[in-house]
Structure formats: structure tokens, C-alpha cells
Design a protein around this ligand. Structure first.
Ligand SMILES: [Zn+2]
Length: 363
């Protein structure tokens, strides 16, 4: 059975919000400037600040730090560093300790450790301040209009902790034409080969797999769950190696529509993911989910290790005893993860691209 376009999107969204599993995404801020000196006009990838867990493409946790955490971190700063980082000061030209550093490595935020610039993007601008033509990840550097000192400039700050870094100008070299002008005081250099501290490393992610009917909806709601870094639609648990959507729908491949979830265990536990998964589908429906009928819509949990297997079984045993499942048997399969086959591109982020949703369980 093919997917149905249903009119109850509002219900789905309202239900998801009620369960507290939707992180509201704010539109990015657009900075537009028109005066001298030339400045970058851009849309920062994660410009809007939110306290919901957020991750950059390079896999770092870029959730803005709390005021308390920032206050704690500032205790390690020297007065000169604090003047630059907290009071938006500028160190004197040709005085910073990283201006002439030519070693390979990464420049991280002095305050919170977030990687900001790579030695690969460093160039000699002749200005007297360390200069880079691009950040290591656009989502790590926040841009803000700065009208101080009678000038209109674009200030750059650390996205995670708001530390002042410097400014960005449109007179840099290729390939970006940008010059990120930094204060050495705002940076810590980690040489290639050195161990980076935890706060400078990408998140140590874990993976989980859930099949709960139409993968469009399961992917959509799991993707919006705080702590979930990525949710990908695919096929799993069948007997063919290169399944297509058509084959899964109309042929007896044995595959379930499944969703691969990459998550941050520091933000959400596997058991909490199981709770969410059980909220967004009806695990008591055998080989169907609402109007979608067929074994590809079966409820299944594909576990990556013994720990997940045990947690999933324990979770189901407890759930079976709750009032929600009184008189209804949970039919969710729990089995070691079979190879996951990513679905065709047009199935990924389907609801983000097209709106709508799949059927929701009766509760
Ligand atoms: Zn920072």
C-alpha cells in the first residue's frame, strides 16, 4: 500500500508538541549591512539561539551554554583575555601569540573549547591579527551587526558560549573572499596529533533503529526529538540486498520501513528513545500502522548490541503492564540489527519538504 496524504497534520503536530518531543526551530537571522567597511552579508547556519540541543554538521554539540556555565568558564581567563572575550576588546596589532603560528592544527574557542578555525584556512593578512578565510564549521561562528566606535562591522562570536572573537570582512582571499580577523586571546591552539579535550571533540554518538509504520512520520518525529542528531529513512530486516521502495511495497522482500537514528547519549538515553518511539506509533498493531497495511509497516526494534536488546525487551515487558496496553498485546519485534538500506532521496525529510504526515496511533 502506498503512502496516503492525510489532512490531520495539525493533530500530529499538536500531539507531538503536547508530548514535548518537538524542538521548535527558529528561522536563522539574516545580517544585512550597507556601509563601509565592506562586510559579509550572510545567513548564519545556526544563528538563532535556542536552548534545545543542537549539533553542527561536523558533529559538535553547539547548544548555547547556560549563563551559569559561562560564568564558571570565565574564572580561568586572565584579565587580558577577559577584556577581549567578555568586553569585546581588541588586542593590539602584531601582539597576539598566535599571529605567526604556522603549525598544523585547530584553533578552538578559548572559553568553551569549540573548534573554530583550522590551520588550513589561516593566511597572512598583514593586518597584525590572526586571519582565516573560513571557519571550520559555519554553525560554530555567530555573526552580529556591530556599530561600536562609529563603524558598521560584523562581529563574530563563538556560537556556543558567546565569546567575542573578532570581526569578519569581505576583503579576504579566495575561495571565500572573506577575512575572519581574530584576537589570539580568544583562541587556544591544539596542534595536530595532540589529544583534544572532550569539549573540543565531536559528540560520541550512538545508533538505534526503529520500524513503526510509514517511515516518513517516524523519521520526522524522531528527528525533532531533542538529542537526536540525525534520523534517516530506510529498509531493514528483509532478504534482499538493494531494496527499492517499489519492491518493498509490492514484492515480498520482507523488509520493514525503518529509521536509523543517530543520537547523543549525553542528551537522550536509549530508553527515552524507546519511550518516544512507542508514543509515535501503535506497537499493538500487527503488520500494519493505521491505514498502511503490510509487513513493511510492522513494528520492530533492531538492536545494535546486547545492551540495547536487553533494554528493549525490558521496556516492552514494563509497557505491556501499563493501562495503555490493557487487553492489547505489544507485537513489536526485537531483534539484532540486520543491514540497513538507506531509502531513496525523495523519502528523506519527506514531511519537511512536503508537509503532511502519516497516520498516528489511537491512544
Ligand atoms: Zn565558545
Amino acid at each position: 500500500m502506498l503512502k496516503l496524504a492525510l489532512p490531520a497534520a495539525a493533530y500530529l503536530i499538536a500531539a507531538a508538541v503536547a508530548w514535548g518531543i518537538v524542538a521548535l526551530a527558529l528561522p536563522p537571522k539574516v545580517i544585512t549591512l550597507s556601509s563601509e567597511p565592506p562586510v559579509k552579508t550572510t545567513t548564519s547556519a545556526v544563528a538563532a539561539k535556542s536552548t534545545a540541543p543542537a549539533y553542527s554538521k561536523s558533529g559538535h554539540d553547539v547548544t548555547p551554554l547556560s549563563a551559569d556555565r559561562i560564568a564558571e568558564l570565565t574564572k580561568k581567563l586572565t584579565p587580558a583575555e577577559a577584556e577581549v572575550i567578555l568586553s569585546k576588546g581588541t588586542e593590539r596589532a602584531f601582539c597576539g601569540n598566535l599571529l605567526d603560528n604556522k603549525k598544523d592544527g585547530v584553533y578552538v574557542c578559548r572559553l568553551c573549547g569549540l573548534p573554530l578555525f583550522s590551520s588550513d584556512a589561516k593566511f597572512n593578512s598583514g593586518t597584525g591579527w590572526p586571519s582565516y578565510f573560513q571557519p571550520i564549521d559555519a554553525a560554530h561562528v555567530h555573526e552580529e551587526r556591530d556599530t561600536a566606535h562609529g563603524m558598521v562591522r560584523t562581529e563574530i562570536t563563538c556560537h556556543r558560549c558567546d565569546a567575542h572573537l573578532g570581526h569578519v570582512f569581505e576583503d579576504g582571499p579566495k575561495p571565500t573572499g572573506l577575512r575572519y580577523c581574530l584576537n589570539s586571546a580568544s583562541l587556544t591552539f591544539i596542534e595536530k596529533g595532540q589529544d583534544a579535550p572532550a569539549e573540543s571533540r565531536p559528540v560520541a554518538t550512538q545508533t538505534a533503529y526503529f520500524a513503526g509504520g510509514c517511515f516518513w512520520g517516524v523519521e520526522d518525529l524522531l528527528q525533532q526529538t531533542p538529542g537526536v542528531i540525525d534520523a534517516i529513512s530506510g529498509y531493514q530486516g528483509g532478504k534482499t540486498d538493494t531494496p527499492t521502495y517499489k519492491e518493498v511495497c509490492y514484492e515480498n522482500t520482507g523488509h520493514a520501513e525503518s529509521v536509523k537514528v543517530v543520537f547523543d547519549p549525553a542528551r537522550i538515553s536509549y530508553t527515552q528513545l524507546l519511550e518516544t518511539f512507542f508514543k509515535i506509533h501503535d506497537p499493538s498493531q500487527l503488520n500494519r500502522q493505521g491505514p498502511d497495511v503490510g509487513s513493511q509497516y510492522r513494528s520492530a526494534i533492531f538492536t545494535v548490541d546486547d545492551e540495547q536488546l536487553e533494554q528493549a525487551r525490558e521496556f516492552i515487558a514494563k509497557a505491556q503492564e501499563t493501562p495503555r496496553f490493557k487487553g492489547r498485546r505489544i507485537v513489536t519485534q526485537v531483534l539484532p540489527a540486520a543491514p540497513f538500506h538507506e531509502a531513496e532521496d525523495y523519502h528523506q525529510d519527506y514531511h519537511v519538504k512536503h508537509g503532511g504526515h502519516c497516520a498516528m496511533p489511537e491512544r
